[in-house]
Design a protein around this ligand. Structure first.
Ligand code: ZNH
Length: 147
């Protein structure tokens, strides 16, 4: 259950991300792949990701960041029904991609850091709480198939 403030905050953040934050979608994925290098193993088909420059210069990484953001936007559009919305995505990540669900949390932290850096003083504790709650629901829905 979401409060009016939470709903408004989440929608507001995502409405600004793509239009105002240049390269937002790729930046959080770069950060995840650099800071938690073991997450690179799932992206073997993206080719060489051996250092930060290679990661940031890789168009497939950038494109995948957009894909993840589109997935998040789908959750924003279906905030009261994220579990059902993510049912197929959860099966994909657990059974086909075999992504260790601990990594969802790591990626979510990278998303939070990039959003916080962008929003500056606007990222108040209340906004952070709403955003982290949203990501926690996303992670739980994505991990549903694992339990
Ligand atoms: Zn993921 C895919 C989302 C996390 C890995 N993903 C994907 C997609 C989406 C997503 C939407 C597409 C699908 C289709 O195609 O159908 N993810 C997502 C989200 C999240 C995630 C929302 C959280 C937040 N992932 C993740 C992680 C990882 C991953 C953490 C690792 C580390 N994914 C992945 C892969 C893939 C995906 C590998 C596949 C890619 C390709 O193939 O291209």
């Amino acid at each position: 259950v979401w409060t009016d403030f939470e709903t408004a905050t989440i929608k507001d953040i995502f409405s600004k991300l793509d239009s105002e934050v240049v390269g937002f979608s790729s930046r959080f994925l770069y950060r995840c792949l650099i800071v938690y290098p073991w997450t690179q193993r799932y992206f073997a088909k993206f080719g060489n990701l051996y250092n930060a420059a290679a990661i940031m210069g890789n168009p497939m990484v950038a494109a995948h960041g957009k894909t993840v953001v589109q997935g998040l936007e789908l959750a924003v559009k279906n905030m009261d029904n994220i579990k059902a919305t993510y049912a197929d995505l959860s099966v994909l990540h657990s059974e086909k991609l075999r992504v260790d669900p601990d990594n969802f949390k790591l990626l979510a932290d990278c998303i939070t850091i990039v959003v916080a850096a962008q929003m500056g003083a606007g990222f108040t504790p209340e906004v952070q709480a709403a955003f982290q709650k949203f990501l926690a629901v996303v992670i739980s829905a994505l991990g549903k198939q694992y339990h």
